[in-house]
Design a protein around this ligand. Sequence first.
Ligand code: SF4
Length: 361
Amino acid sequence: MVKLLSDAIKEMYDKYVEKESLLPIKISDFYMKKVVKEIETIGTGGPLYLSVVPTLDKFNVFTSVETRDYVEEFKHMPISGVDYIIQKYEDRVLVIITEMCFSHCQYCFRTYNLSNYQKSNLKENIQRKILVLKEYLRKNTNIREVILSGGDPLSIGYENMDYVLSELKQWNIRIHTRAIIYSPFAIDTRMIKLFSEYRIRLIFHINHPYEICDVVKKKIFELNEKGIRLYAQFPLLRGINDNSIVLLELLTLMDELHIRPLSIFIPDPISYSASFRIGFDRILSIMDELNWSTPSWVNSVRFVMDTTHGKVRRENIVARDGKCITFCRNGKYIDYYDLDDGIDIPSDIKILLWKSKKAKF
Ligand code: SF4
């Protein structure tokens, strides 16, 4: 029997969950099998392990400037007292349809907000949210797309999803989910039929090629067969995918599976995430390596950073002063603070791609 983490770390983590509103450890059975296989092969600390299991670094690695909510979602909640509708762009609106996830990612940037959302009866909660959302949509006719986010929207189940999609059918709907790698069976035949009927765009958050096993591939084929439009976006994370070889393998797999990668996110400087963050110069090197060594169907993916004023890219950098990197978007300036020196230790590719015999190390 594999032991996931020591009692001491578990005890410490539980205290932080209570005091600091971190998400409790939650790992789906499906993902747990992969984590156990990884531990049996290379011990703890592999990419799938770090995705869902806290380590001492979570509490010990900090950098000078970090915050609980870098993108300041609360500033983009257009209805007073409503904390589940977020609008940053004129033509789209995001709704936190549930705070539940199939598993809890250790790098989650919404940890603080998710753990603070009100929890009540799921069905009533969803109906109330949709009522408020539709009222808002009726008054804001520029909005063309509703983004279902969370938590994981697929965790609400078929009946609730049917209700949500039928209520919102006059808008384009996009669903962001990690269900495909945490609980692919949640995407069953009925759910796929719904997605097809309502012409849903599914945006997968897949961080590492080993998250795509044969079961996941089969589910993706089923979605492909029904013509569901599949996309991906994921964060660049130390210990998980901080190497252009890993990105190449992941993006190649996505291409084979007809998943269009949209964005690779530079992680926000949020509290308790420093152990996942990468120094800014190394981020630029990884971008360049990917750009220079791969065909355009791989490197056309955008590296972006989410900010309170929207997404910014490398070409939006207007100044760099020590650790402060300033971006400009639409005339608005955003300061991003790089990691303190000595924190960013590049991951060992032999650990990141522990199954590979062919990777050039
Ligand atoms: S699935 Fe998304 S919302 Fe849920 S814990 Fe992971 S990153 Fe956070």
